[in-house]
Ligand binder design. Sequence first.
Ligand code: ZN
Length: 622
Amino acid sequence: MKRLLLVGLLVFALPLWISCAKKDDSGKTKQQGAQKETEVTMTIPEHIPHYDLKIKLRQYTKVDMGYDAAVLSDPEKEALGKLVQAGRVVDDIFFRQVWSGNAALEKQLNDVHAYSHERPSSEIGENHTLILDMIRYYNINFGPWDRLAVDSPFMGSLPKPQGANFYPEDMTKQEFDSFLAQHPDKDEEFRGYFTAIRRKDGALTAVPYSEEYKDLLAKAAGLLREAADILTKPENTAKVAKGVDYTTLAAYLRSRADAFSSNSYRQSDMDWMDVKDNTIDVTIGPYEVYEDALFGYKASFETFLAIRYPADSKKLEGIKRYIPKLEASLPIPAEYKNTSRGTESPVSVVDLVYSAGDTKAGVQTIAFNLPNDEAVRDAKGTKKVMLKNVSKAKFDMILLPITEQVLDPSQMDQVVFDAYFNNTLMHELSHGLGPGTIHRKDGTETTVNRELKDLYPAIEEAKADILGLYCTKMLQKEGFFEKGMDTKGYVCFLPGFFRAIRFGASSAHGNANMMEFNFLREQGAISLDQESGKFRVHLGKMPAAVEAMAKELLMIQALGDYDAASAFIEKYGQSSPELDTLLAKLKDIPVDIEPVFKAEEYLDKSLQRHVHNVPQPQEHQH
Ligand code: ZN
């Protein structure tokens, strides 16, 4: 006899359940049987009371992702609906990529939610809100691990598998390496971006994504083709704004749909680079490898749907002209400057209308630079896309409140969105400046990345931040930026440190920010007013301090000097009591945003309420 256990104090048995979910047979019994009689067991782990979960949720503030819908014609709205639907499929794929137990856990949460929803509050008390909170945090994190707390579990107690669901959970690094040592012919497919490693009859095998996610990818491909057809139908093309032509976007959508079944993504990456400036901007597929913390080989699925503002993008295109000049102006000897880099990388400014998968998990992306395929990068360069409305939301909801706590009030008026946005733009641009390939004296070659190894990300991020400020000043001198942009940039940088440090000092960005703060503080470009407990930026000292730091970082890179990088990080990468005190003052300010997408209104009516089979928490008032 099956029983419902969700009564009274909620006899939650989640940790127990999670350990069952890993095994196939016991997982299956939970999913069989008629709805009502399904055994619903769930336990809140004692170490995380509801109060703690509420504090965790407060780290994310909900934001409506607004954009100007007036620029869209009816066919574009219809196509957007199909693309949003494809994005939902991408969410499903990413849930699967994160953890093998996600499908079963999601069902469990839905069952418990449905059950509690039918009960009077006198019977279940606060447990209904507790379940909604769990579902919300689960959806934000795409699994039961807290992305803002080094992936510690907030439901159950299982540690997150390092290789997510890209590898068998019991596979070690050694097993993978020794398998490849014995089967060198399998190297490419095993280390490839687009395969999952599975165990078949006890032996490791590489399964192409096209097979691993076949059901979902077929669905997504169909939707991409539908969107392409809508955008290119002759009766529809007449309805879109003058000068907008979706031929190139449709070519990308179709070749990407083909890639979902062929598992060969290069052609569609090429097509993505060739997409002309249209109103709708689409990026969908397997891209970044951060989720694979075991090796960093496997690509996660994600989607960005956006609306482009041609005027903003065109203005930024103008920066490209200055790239050779900026490289020539770097404060290092000429022999270390990189004069062979391409300058063809386009920059787009867009408003995000929908995102899905990897990019939506945890902290929200404000800019991206794709594709990652080196062959495509060599042939076509990369495209930088800046998500303006996401930046604006973070500026309003997070940066301004931080500014009020940390910055001397007399400098508050310098903190403006344009300068903040510009710092991000210049950061992205600066990744493309400075040493890349290192020519050794003995005639051999290596790269900065290879020489700095694990320290490379932190040094590279710090370089991009600092060079960003350096270049803003240069571009102002050239007349590209209006007067005062440099000083606003310096001041905006200070609350920016605090915003980034809160993502965790162990992350490359957090670590980089710690180094920048400490270096500039040592140079006297930032000082603390003991009385008010707030920091002040010394505009007169900033240019020289920025140049000094740029020089140190660029020379570490130019020489590929691992020891110097290590010493620099050791010296400047540590927090201090004064910083810890200030960070504690910021604890009530959200760490990041949780986007709420208006674009879901373009979906067919029947789909509008479906969000992972879980009603949106805000739709319930209990
Ligand atoms: Zn960066």
